[in-house]
Design a protein around this ligand. Sequence first.
Ligand SMILES: [Zn+2]
Length: 324
Amino acid sequence: MIARTSLDRWILDKHGLDTSNRQAVRAYQLDRIRDLLGFARENSRLYGLLYQGLELPSSLQEFSYYPFTSARDLAERETDFLCVHPSEIARIVTLQTTGTTRLPKRVYFTREDIELTLDFFYHGMQTLCGAGDRALILFPWRTPDSVGALLKTALEKLGLTVFCSEPDHAEEVFSKTPIDVVCGPASWVIQAADLNPSYSVGAVLTSSEVLYGDMRSRLMSRWGALVFDHYGMTETGLGGAVECQAHAGMHIRENDLLFEVIDADGRLLHSGSEGELVVTTLTRKGMPFIRYRTGDRGVITEEVCPCGSSIPRIQWIRRIPVSF
Ligand SMILES: [Zn+2]
């Protein structure tokens, strides 16, 4: 029996939303979008201009005709995205891009925005670990509110004992204590597994990079670990979508994020079609992203998962480096 993704319970408890009622989920998302559009139009220079004269959408289909935003907009007009006074910003993440201009992207978060990510980590991680487990985090953790630091906070709140390390120093942790779960960028986790193949690990959470099939099987053969992949980017608030025990795609954090899939001409594609992922952050205040082209290609399925959940899943991702 495959346990259902922990996101179902989280969304029910937090919003009173039964995710199997897709009409109710869509109505919730549309409400958030209408609030967000009003807020963003009022408070951000970029959205104020972009949505001038546009009526609020009365359906998600209508919303799909709203203009896109892009990484280029973010690099060139970062503070125009801001919807709050800079004094309310708690963290700024700088991301390098490639290409001729090499303009960095900067993503701004308020304290409340960071709390939303912590909440997702706390509940999402319950799919693969629980109180009493010991976790090793290989994500960068030294900067406050970095992905590793937030994950550490969430896991400690869940009742785990948490160790943090660089992959080439993981042996120091493994030699001291059994480890139940390892979390980190896919290639870093593989590096740690290659360096420490004699240990066994129950579960692995990978993120930040595409997890190819051979990477998953390598982790399983080294450590015997079940591998749970996660998709997210800084713009989605680090967290985005996470696999359940069915390992058949990553369930979207759909109370905080709306993902759409578009074709090369920007038209909305149906469930199951491959295209570029476009994301809208439904609940962020500092720097919300609305119909933001991620540059990542993927497939989203709305079929009920073998775990029993109706939360849509991102089935695979091809990451295209941002270049302009
Ligand atoms: Zn599932």
